[in-house]
Design a protein around this ligand. Structure first.
Ligand code: PLP
Length: 400
């Protein structure tokens, strides 16, 4: 292989430049215009969401959702621990506190039983959270029936972080459309991209009108500049929305390619006992944004970091799974609820053992075969590198 095989790279269809040209031809080089409107309409149609607001990033969309739920200093928001930091950062932008919830082993996403325990405690202390942020990692839907029922019974709204799961379904329903709000990301590494961008979807049309208002500096209707609320500059550029318009047209192809990658790896390593593919929940369809595996390396005295380094030497980019947010120094004081009290947290185990593999929709068959062989060689070779960085839990898990 003469070029590195990367984890997840942008995959253009070729039609993006037509829509960008349209923005130039009409001189709508602004955070509004026909591409933004069309991109939003396509997301709305595809997902079946009630209404859509295209934003400058997925993080901005989460921030807007929290603002619309009136999260303010002193409030608490619950969030999956096993996720990218962007899921939780906007909670802190608003001065609120976060409580992290563990994963369960069947989806790697939020544990209903840990959530139930956390909500019961919060209720006892008269401190129910303003929202629960449920993440669907690597394209796999969380157990939405259970999670939605629990949140409803406590009357707590849901924000779905579907940044990684656009086009995935749970019992036939699109990821991001279960909660009061859902967010998508179109960052460069996501299943489709606008180079940078996001979208907020909501069940309530009025909420999206408010989101657009807040995302355009909360400018009131008046002949002068009138402001009665603090807003943001969070709308998507009409140039970038042109990329998104073309990307929406190939979303189904991109999903299929990534699902094929996962199936290739699963077939290839079926008989290798050290490799366990990410589980798939029956009745749900994952877009398989990233193909992730658990590596059982204890007998080999190796860690996923050893594998990552050896793969890198062979020209293959891999990455350990998300480091749980309750282990991040920046969230050191945040409470955490484990899936099963007294056992190692599920998300800590995943972090200790998991690895993401090259997963782009533009990988060739030869590249997939190469990745397959590379991992097999490394596992056979059986030599740890003694490289270990950040792999240990940095603090004790707190029992609640
Ligand atoms: C990418 C990502 C985000 C953030 O999206 P941006 O568009 O990069 O701001 C949020 N949550 C998760 C789980 C993500 O993977």
């Amino acid at each position: 292989m003469n070029k590195a095989i990367l984890l997840s790279t942008p995959h253009m269809s070729g039609k993006e430049q037509d829509y960008i040209q349209e923005a130039f031809d009409t001189n709508w080089i602004a955070p509004l215009g026909a591409n933004v409107t069309e991109f939003e309409r396509k997301i709305q149609q595809y997902t079946g969401a009630k209404a859509v607001c295209a934003t400058s990033s997925g993080t901005a969309a989460i921030h807007l959702a929290l603002r619309l739920l009136e999260v303010s200093p002193g409030d608490t928001v619950f969030c999956s621990s096993f996720t990218f930091i962007a899921s939780a950062n906007p909670i802190k932008y608003l001065g609120a506190d976060v409580t992290f919830i563990d994963s369960e082993p069947e989806t790697w996403n939020m544990s209903p039983q840990a959530l139930e325990r956390a909500l019961a405690d919060a209720k006892k202390e008269n401190g129910l959270p303003k929202a629960v942020i449920i993440v669907h990692l690597y394209g796999q839907s969380a157990k939405m029936d259970e999670l939605v029922a629990i949140c409803e019974s406590y009357g707590v709204p849901i924000i779905e972080d579907a940044a990684e799961s656009m086009g995935s379904t749970y019992k036939g329903k699109q990821s991001g459309t279960f909660g009061d709000f859902g967010i998508f990301s179109f960052n460069g590494n996501k299943i489709i991209t606008t180079s940078g961008g996001g979208a907020l979807v909501a069940k309530d049309q009025k909420m999206i009108e408010k989101a657009v208002f807040l995302a355009t500096q909360a400018k009131e209707e008046a002949l002068h500049y009138q402001h009665e609320k603090i807003g943001y500059n969070y709308r998507m550029s009409n140039v970038l929305a042109g990329i998104g318009r073309a990307q929406m047209e190939v979303l189904d192809d991109r999903i299929k390619a990534r699902q094929d990658n996962f199936r290739f790896y699963a077939g290839r390593w079926e008989n290798i006992k050290e490799v366990e593919m990410m589980p798939e929940l029956p009745n749900s369809v994952s877009n398989h944004w990233l193909s992730a595996v658990m590596l059982n390396l204890e007998k080999k005295d190796m860690t996923p970091y050893d594998v990552m380094e050896k793969m890198q030497a062979l020209g293959v980019e891999t990455r350990v799974l998300w480091k749980p947010l309750h282990l991040q120094p920046v969230f050191a004081t945040a409470p955490f609820y484990e899936h099963i009290q007294g056992e190692e947290a599920v998300c800590e185990r995943l972090f200790r053992k998991g690895l993401c593999l090259p997963s782009g929709s533009n990988l060739t068959q030869a590249e997939l075969e190469y990745v397959g062989t590379a991992l097999e060689m490394i596992l056979k070779e059986n030599q740890p590198t003694k490289y270990n960085k950040g792999g240990d839990a940095e603090r004790e898990t707190v029992n609640y």
